[in-house]
Design a protein around this ligand. Structure first.
Ligand SMILES: [Fe+2]
Ligand SMILES: [Fe+2]
Length: 206
């Protein structure tokens, strides 16, 4: 299986994120909620994809456990959970999706999920999960707040596993190797991340 190539997060982002912990933690909670929501959407959209439905159901449950963990951390710190304007990272990432392949019928019929668009969606999700993992590792190493370090260290292995799962799904949708497309989307992800004047968000700022 391919490995997920990511441009490293800058020290500037790490410092800015740790300097605005209330925003970072609220945004983190929303990231976990959105990860569960995306998995549920894929389960509805691709109900005939055996390799996807059960693993993404587990992933969605796990993301909600993460969501609750971050909510408890906010509560412990006396910080309210609240709505937060999105930095449109996922939307920026998904702007690179290739169109859906036209459905085929008759001999050699393919499932709706076997095509370029689904490959790209799964690769974008793999990149989002990998980015979470990369940032949790960096934040855990940089903070001198032991509770915060424990939070990131507890969550990072799951995010790496989720990245691998989405990558496997991309390979199944493609029916083969996806490393070239993954490298192209990883380069796009780095550009989306590095857009100027981004607010403090788990997935914004290069
Ligand atoms: Fe998570
Ligand atoms: Fe995840």
């Amino acid at each position: 299986m391919s490995t997920i190539p990511l441009a490293p997060t800058s020290d500037t982002w790490i410092a800015a994120a740790l300097a605005d912990l209330p925003t970072l933690l609220v945004d983190h909670a929303h990231c976990e909620r959105k990860a569960a929501q995306t998995a549920l959407r894929f389960m509805a959209q691709h109900a005939d994809w055996d390799a996807l439905v059960m693993p993404l159901s587990r992933l969605a449950r796990e993301e909600l456990v993460h969501f609750e963990r971050v909510l408890r951390e906010l509560d412990h710190r006396g910080l309210p959970f609240r709505s937060l304007a999105a930095a449109n990272y996922a939307a920026g990432l998904m702007s690179a999706l290739r169109p859906a392949s036209p459905p085929r019928t008759g001999p050699g019929v393919v499932r709706s999920w076997q095509g370029d668009r689904t490959v790209d969606e799964m690769l974008c999700c793999a990149l989002i999960e990998a980015r979470s993992h990369e940032r949790f590792v960096r934040l855990a190493a940089a903070t001198d707040d032991s509770r915060l370090r424990d939070l990131y260290e507890d969550l990072l292995a799951a995010e790496a596993r989720h990245g691998s799962l989405y990558l496997e799904l991309a390979e199944e949708a493609a029916g083969g190797d996806v490393s070239e497309r993954l490298a192209a989307l990883a380069a796009h992800e780095a550009q989306v991340l590095a857009r100027p004047e981004q607010p403090v968000r788990m997935h914004a700022g290069g």
